[in-house]
Design a protein around this ligand. Structure first.
Ligand SMILES: [Zn+2]
Length: 374
């Protein structure tokens, strides 16, 4: 298929109704039409709204509803895996973007959508992740606030990074020094545990394994400087109601003795979240890296894993970078795998992250071996 036909496929598959797609197919050369039929299942629809009003969100109205879903037939998935492997092999650099779905494959609960946990908590005011994710709970009920956070922290700490993280690391290493960046909305610290350097991981919501003073910027040391977040292994004991027992003390700030809290950005954070200095530097380095890649005309392929629709910041970042570089977005998501345009620009994989990444990597190695034998 020539470039013109390919562009026609991409353009036709984007932002069209089913009837419009059918009509566009009729006007295309037969090979392009068959590719379009293969690539496009139907217009995208969120798998589940779960009362989150996704259909009313600005992301859905402005972007999501125009996206196209990939066909989930085995042969279409195979074609998508091969297409993803080919673009990853050809890429100069890789941007890895992960959301909560990346952790689900490690047996970690997506706390935001785990209705069972919040039901079990049976708290009169906390019925959802959003209700609990409020820094005010550290003042109102410190033992409960720490209990809920410790339950999450301890699950993250005990989980073993799945094979998908190892694949991302191998992909990064295959592109040479500094030709990758990680962007994550997760607070689990798993990228670093999987072997990525802190300097290449932009944690946009902070990390549950670091602590900060609940007084935030107001807490200053003897030198007058704001007390920096710090790394500390927290050990607490929980009751059956997810409260901290009296057996072990809650963590406190080394500078002023006030209660410490996880160094992450809560949904409702009363101005106390304090980004770690090292993380601020990564936050500055990330756009500079993108500028540098662009200045050098590098092909940056985006691999997005498990990014949800409820808070779609990870999806927006992935879409924006792929559009900026005119490269491919590989979107791995077992349910919401719709992409802005059909392959080759957008490749949606309706699979879990660990499965998809392992399968892509096998195909990358096969292609690389075939290249070498030529
Ligand atoms: Zn303090």
């Amino acid at each position: 298929m020539g470039n013109g036909a390919s562009a026609a496929v991409a353009a036709a598959a984007s932002a069209m109704s089913e009837a419009e797609i059918k009509s566009a197919v009729a006007g295309l050369p037969s090979d392009a039409a068959s590719k379009l039929r293969d690539a496009v299942g139907s217009l995208g629809q969120p798998a589940e709204d779960k009362g989150n009003n996704i259909l009313d969100s600005m992301y859905w109205r402005e972007r999501g509803r125009h996206h196209v879903a990939m066909d989930s037939a085995p042969e279409a998935i195979e074609a998508a895996l091969e297409a993803a492997a080919a673009v990853i092999l050809e890429a100069d650099a890789l941007l890895f973007i992960t959301g909560a779905g990346m952790g689900v494959d490690m047996g970690l609960s997506d706390f935001r959508s785990s209705a069972a946990f919040w039901e079990q908590l049976a708290h009169p005011e906390i019925h959802s992740y959003e209700d609990s994710s409020d820094s005010a709970w550290f003042e109102k009920d410190p033992k409960l606030a720490w209990g809920i956070n410790y339950h999450q922290l301890d699950a993250y700490r005990k989980a073993t990074p799945h094979d998908g993280y190892g694949v991302l690391l191998r992909m990064a290493q295959s592109k040479g020094v500094d030709h990758h960046f990680c962007w994550t909305s997760n607070v689990d610290g798993v990228f670093q545990r999987a072997g990525f350097s802190y300097e290449r991981v932009r944690e946009v919501h902070g990390c549950i394994h670091r602590l900060q003073c609940t007084r935030g910027r107001k807490c200053k040391g003897a030198d007058g400087k704001v007390t920096e977040p710090w790394e500390q292994e927290v050990k607490l004991e929980l009751t059956n109601e997810y409260r901290c027992s009296d057996a072990l003390p809650l963590p406190t700030c080394p500078a002023c003795g006030s209660l410490a809290r996880p160094n992450l950005w809560f949904c409702t954070d009363h101005g106390n979240y304090l980004p770690w200095n090292r993380l601020i530097k990564v936050g500055e380095a990330y756009p500079e890296w993108l500028d540098h890649m662009e200045a050098q005309s590098k092909k940056v392929v985006v691999i997005e894993c498990g990014a949800g629709l409820v808070i779609p910041s990870a999806r927006c970042e992935a879409e924006d970078v792929a559009e900026r570089f005119g490269t491919t977005l590989v979107r791995i998501n077992p349910t919401d795998h719709m992409v802005p345009t059909a392959a080759p620009v957008g490749i949606g994989l309706p699979l879990g992250s660990a499965t998809a990444l392992s399968n892509i990597w096998k195909r990358v190695e096969k292609l690389r071996d075939a290249d070498r034998s030529c």
